[in-house]
Unconditional design. Structure first.
Length: 466
């Protein structure tokens, strides 16, 4: 049963109200990666000083994948004190009738928090764990950023045996590896081999970084490739970089065979077919890197990328010395959120993507995560906010909200959809300039066509009339 409605800050989120700055969000459509980088730099800068130190340089990455689309001016710190805003009882008067919408089904929970103060303005069963569907990606993303930092890149390497007769293509868990980067890696490998006097090698490939199982409990599915450490374009067999698509059953083998062909074109003969093998204990001949983790997080959230979400969960596991498996990732994500002081009681992270129906997350945990991401003391978490889709403009919210309504451009939120489960969690800027974090979770819904508009109306109502 949902817990009684409360307008008091829950014990688990009490620490979230310390020294939070108010944040404003404006939205005007897609923008380029230079603007995104500049915005993230400004958002991460300390609020009390004019000095600013750039992050240490990351290894060069040829042909970085484009980050997720967003909107300009996503986060602008407000140094003035936060306005008092609407009283909690008034907010309840607005939300309670909307939460009663039959389209939300019989199970529904809600949490609304003022990010400037950490105060919960409204709660309906806020601490009750519910299936979150894809809103669990907020937790996955925050854990990865906390454990690894926004500048972390995922490597794919090529290593030769001491005698140079065998080279091994080793996956580091980057599902965004694409044919262009794979070709550049082959070219660099061929150049290094030629310099050592080798023109013919045996090729093996190593995907053992992830111990398995490779298949998600939902089984073979167009929403997710087999979860392996070596793949190209997330195992997609069709064009496009997001959304459902047919997937190969052998992402690692396919990538190795493509790499062998590229080596041949670069002047290196490969003897025999590529076969699984272990990475030699020598320095790599060549390597390629993913985009920075901040960009991967934004892409994960904007497009609800299941493959990237599972990769982020496993990168968190590796950082915290857990096995890079479903179970190891679950422990690592939970532990990382605990380190952030978030309310994880009753939470379960059976996967990183939210496709598993046994996932459990409370509305209070989701708003706690969003509030943490707005905290100037945690600039590494800021991509959790900048990656959220913009209502009526980007990602999974591009086709939701009427452009004439309050939610369009003002609501930024992660969607969640499974059969009978519909969720929405994100941020909204009120007419008086406050940034609110919200989470609405609905269970046993009859149809997304009824539940999604009801969730949209709830979030838009927080913005107030425009």
């Amino acid at each position: 049963m949902p817990e009684p409605r409360t307008w008091q800050l829950t014990a688990g989120s009490a620490a979230l109200g310390l020294a939070l700055a108010a944040v404003a969000v404006t939205a005007a459509g897609p923008w380029d990666s230079g603007q995104r980088t500049a915005e993230r730099t400004r958002a991460a800068a300390p609020a009390t000083g004019g000095a600013h130190h750039a992050p240490p340089p990351a290894p060069a990455a040829p042909r970085r994948p484009a980050p997720a689309p967003s909107a300009p001016g996503v986060l602008t710190a407000l140094h003035a004190p936060a306005p008092a805003g609407r009283p909690a009882q008034d907010l309840a008067a607005v939300l309670v009738p909307l939460l009663a919408d039959p389209g939300l089904g019989p199970l529904r929970t809600a949490s609304v928090v003022d990010t400037a103060t950490g105060r919960q303005l409204y709660g309906e069963g806020a601490g009750t764990p519910m299936p979150p569907a894809s809103t669990v990606k907020i937790a996955t993303a925050a854990a990865a950023l906390s454990a690894l930092g926004p500048d972390h890149r995922i490597p794919t390497t090529v290593t030769a045996t001491p005698d140079g007769t065998t080279v091994t293509l080793t996956g580091g868990g980057d599902p965004t590896l694409d044919p262009a980067r794979l070709k550049a890696l082959a070219t660099d490998t061929a150049r290094a081999l030629t310099a050592r006097g080798h023109t013919s090698v045996r090729l093996t490939y190593d995907a053992t970084l992830y111990p398995g199982p490779t298949l998600h409990p939902i089984g073979p599915n167009e929403n997710l490739a087999p979860v392996v450490a070596l793949m190209t374009r997330a195992g997609r067999l069709t064009d496009g970089d997001s959304g459902p698509a047919p997937r190969t059953a052998d992402p690692a083998g396919d990538t190795a065979r493509a790499f062998a062909d590229l080596l041949t074109r670069a002047g290196i003969t490969t003897t025999g077919a590529p076969a699984p093998g272990r990475t030699p204990r020598t320095a790599p001949l060549a390597r390629t890197y993913s985009a920075p983790l901040a960009d991967l997080v934004e892409r994960t959230l904007t497009h609800s990328d299941n493959d990237l979400a599972e990769a982020l969960a496993r990168q968190t596991a590796l950082a915290r010395k857990h096995p890079a498996s479903f179970d190891g990732a679950a422990r690592a994500v939970r532990d990382e959120l605990s380190r952030l002081g978030l309310p994880v009681a009753g939470a379960r992270f059976a996967d990183g993507s939210g496709l598993d129906r046994s996932d459990r997350v409370s509305a209070a945990l989701l708003t706690g995560l969003l509030t943490r991401a707005a905290d100037p003391a945690h600039p590494a978490l800021r991509p959790v906010l900048t990656g959220l889709p913009v209502g009526a403009f980007t990602g999974t919210l591009a086709d939701r909200f009427d452009t004439a309504t309050a939610g369009a451009g003002h609501v930024r939120a992660k969607t969640g959809t499974l059969t009978g489960v519909n969720t929405l969690a994100g941020t909204v800027v009120t007419t008086d300039g406050r940034l609110l974090a919200f989470a609405f979770l609905a269970g046993r819904t009859l149809s997304p066509y009824e539940a999604q508009p009801a969730l949209d109306r709830l979030s838009a109502a927080l913005a107030g009339p425009r």
